[in-house]
Design a protein around this ligand. Sequence first.
Ligand SMILES: Cc1cc2nc3c(=O)[nH]c(=O)nc-3n(C[C@H](O)[C@H](O)[C@H](O)COP(=O)(O)O)c2cc1C
Length: 153
Amino acid sequence: MSGEVQHGFKRGSRELGCHTANLPDDELEPMTSTVKTGIYYGYAQVHPECPNGCASDLPNEDLRVWPMVMSIGWNPYYKNEKLTAEVHIIHQFKEDFYGHVMTVLVLGYIRPELDYTSKDALIEDIQTDIKVALRSLERPDYQSYRQDPSFRL
Ligand SMILES: Cc1cc2nc3c(=O)[nH]c(=O)nc-3n(C[C@H](O)[C@H](O)[C@H](O)COP(=O)(O)O)c2cc1C
């Protein structure tokens, strides 16, 4: 999946301590028409260019291929009425990168989207998702996808 990073509802960083980059709606269809909604993991790369103008220039470090976790679905906890794909890149970025083109390579499924009785329970599960993703991507066959032709090396 690839597209310009969109603004979400901005709860990700404010309430959950977890920044997320949303993909454009038209990028969701190929994936949601073939697989179920839920939490996935893989790799992502942010590119330097912004088709509609960049608010920030990113350092080279931020333009590398990083592990990611992605929630694709309806965010039952927040009762969203719109399907979204929200990517959390497991890397500390220096700046926000709204408007930059981002490429996401989805490699595996972690779990379905769940509703929660508390925000803390959602935060805890996201931290578990991050651990699951990092452990899975340690396997040599997954490592090789960092060099996938979808990315610029
Ligand atoms: C790894 C990951 C797992 C998530 N799991 C769930 C979930 O199980 N249920 C849910 O309602 N939302 C889930 N979310 C979505 C968050 O609720 C969402 O990212 C948050 O509302 C921020 O969205 P916003 O930036 O558009 O405000 C998950 C997000 C991530 C990154």
